[in-house]
Design a protein around this ligand. Sequence first.
Ligand SMILES: [Zn+2]
Length: 233
Amino acid sequence: MSLDETDTLDETDTPDETLAELLAGNARHVARADAAAFDAVRDAQHPPAVSVCCSDSRVSQEGMWDVSEPGTLFTVANIGNRATTTVDGERVLDGGVAYPVTFTDTGLVAIVGHTGCGAITAAYDVVQGETDIADLPPGVRQDLGSLVACIERAPVDLDGPTDAVVDRLVEHNVGEQVEFVASRTDASVYGFVYDFHHRYGDRDGRTYLVAAGDGDPADAVSTDNRDAVRSLL
Ligand SMILES: [Zn+2]
């Protein structure tokens, strides 16, 4: 097994190079793995948190929470960090959230949006008539459809610079997902926005607490963390 630390993913790579780099990356993961890391979780998992984040490649869930131990974070990623889906015409909890809160005793759900979200921007473009949703691939159409409905419900002024409007819609979407999950589960539910556009503060990669399932997010944190509670709305 060769361990070339320089053999890493790059946006200019061909698919063949990318495949080789993925395998090289896994070889490094195996080499670094603690031999006992899976001992406590090999047969079952009880992760204390489920994190629902956008699939965006710039937003790393394990990275933002500084989590690396197996069994500690149940991760869900989709375009627009949605916690709901539609079954038989009814809006229900997405399986990625329903599963851990039902079967792995997970007591906290974190919904994480991010500044400059392409999914929210695309849904905003549909609402503004810039994009015809019928032209999109069916799966994207389905996913964006629920974001379009969310934007249409949002008490957000859609006029103004697009990037600023989109970031307010990102926060509104997080709040809606939090409200829905909190109304369907007994878990503690919190909403965050991951900021890499200096929209909430000046530090790239900081997550700001923007919503709590049971009320004011400022009441959920200690004085030390009060600075993490912010809102664009
Ligand atoms: Zn996104």
